[in-house]
Design a protein around this ligand. Structure first.
Ligand SMILES: NC(=O)c1ccc[n+]([C@@H]2O[C@H](COP(=O)([O-])OP(=O)(O)OC[C@H]3O[C@@H](n4cnc5c(N)ncnc54)[C@H](OP(=O)(O)O)[C@@H]3O)[C@@H](O)[C@H]2O)c1
Length: 309
């Protein structure tokens, strides 16, 4: 990308192969996944500010592919391994490329039972759901977990992870996603176009917000004292923090971080079939602008993947 802007600002250009550091591996990329943060960065928001000094800026963080070279200090991977992960987030992943230099600490071995497309999909969005529910949320069996935008990238992984831990899950999505969410064993689906969740639900232990300030404001009164809301869209502003504190609710904003250890946990769930990426659309690398246009709708089910095969 030479300049931020429309999806068409993503251009295909030959650049030198990245040179790996001693703790990095060189990955020949087979598939990439596209996230809202990619779209926001492409349009000059989100992480663009910290990437803009590169020319061209190479957007992207989520990859699955094959190791073709390893740095001197790399211990976990060898040439020929299939690996996947979210590279250098929040930083410069440079993932929209045939070759990506990735710290070994950000990767895990790709389970052989899933495709590179499914693996690429189970990266930023899945790590977000995992880190929010497990590390911050301390999710436990029997808890009532509320997931906004349950049919989206983060949401559909969050539903499956919460079910895996034995939680009771409630999610929001428009009616067209009802069957999909039922297939993920979501316990209660609220069609946000027909009903306000805050009028139906109460006694929530853990609320995953991905919609922002208004959603968190509505969430606080339906969360148990001692419960928590974690927003991945900056929904815990000062006013919401103060109201949450008064209600005995913990309110936190969170930004996902690259983690090979968490990728290994996801790989285990993918191997045992307890977690499955829903890839709703696959685009060729040449059509990456169309992939961005789809994610930009905000209506995507599961994940959008771009393939380099
Ligand atoms: N802080 C972090 O670390 C972090 C990490 C990942 C994502 N995020 C942010 O979290 C947000 C969600 O990410 P994502 O990857 O899950 O996005 P996504 O896959 O694009 O989400 C699409 C889904 O959102 C649903 N949706 C849209 N408006 C809704 C509403 N008002 N109520 C309920 N559902 C609604 C859509 O369902 P319908 O078709 O039914 O409308 C669609 O299924 C984005 O803003 C992203 O940037 C932050």
């Amino acid at each position: 990308m030479r300049e931020p802007g429309a999806p068409e600002n993503l251009i295909i250009q030959e650049v030198a192969k990245p040179i790996i550091q001693s703790t990095e591996v060189l990955v020949k990329v087979k598939a990439i996944s596209i996230n809202p943060v990619d779209v926001k960065t492409r349009s000059g928001k989100a992480l663009y500010g910290q990437l803009k000094n590169d020319d061209p800026v190479i957007v992207g963080w989520d990859i699955s592919g094959e190791v073709v070279a390893v740095g001197k200090e790399v211990q976990q991977f060898t040439v020929g391994d299939a690996v996947f992960g979210m590279v250098n987030f929040p930083g410069h992943g440079k993932a929209y490329a045939e070759y990506v230099a990735a710290p070994e600490a950000h990767l895990a071995l790709k389970p052989s039972v899933i495709s590179h497309q499914e693996a690429a999909a189970t990266t930023l969005a899945a790590l977000t759901a995992w880190q929010v529910l497990v590390h911050l949320g301390g999710i436990k069996a029997g808890q009532k977990v509320f997931i906004q935008a349950a049919a989206g990238g983060v949401g559909h992984f969050a539903v499956q992870i919460a079910k895996h831990f034995g939680a009771y899950t409630i999610g929001t999505a428009s009616a067209g996603h009802a069957d999909f969410l039922q297939s993920l064993s979501l316990d209660e689906n609220i069609d946000y176009t027909q009903e306000n969740f805050s009028e139906r639900v109460q006694d929530v232990d853990l609320f995953l917000d991905s919609l922002g300030v208004d959603s968190v404001a509505q969430a606080i009164p339906i969360i148990k004292s001692g419960g928590q809301v974690i927003s991945i869209l900056g929904g815990c502003n000062e006013e919401n923090q103060a109201n949450a504190e008064a209600a005995g609710v913990k309110a936190t904003n969170y930004l996902v971080q690259s983690s090979g250890n968490d990728m290994k946990e996801l790989a285990h769930l993918l191997t045992t079939g307890q977690l499955k990426a829903h890839v709703s659309q696959v685009f060729a690398f040449d059509d990456i602008a169309a992939a961005h246009t789809q994610v930009e709708t905000g209506r995507t089910r599961g994940k959008v993947v771009v393939t380099l095969d």
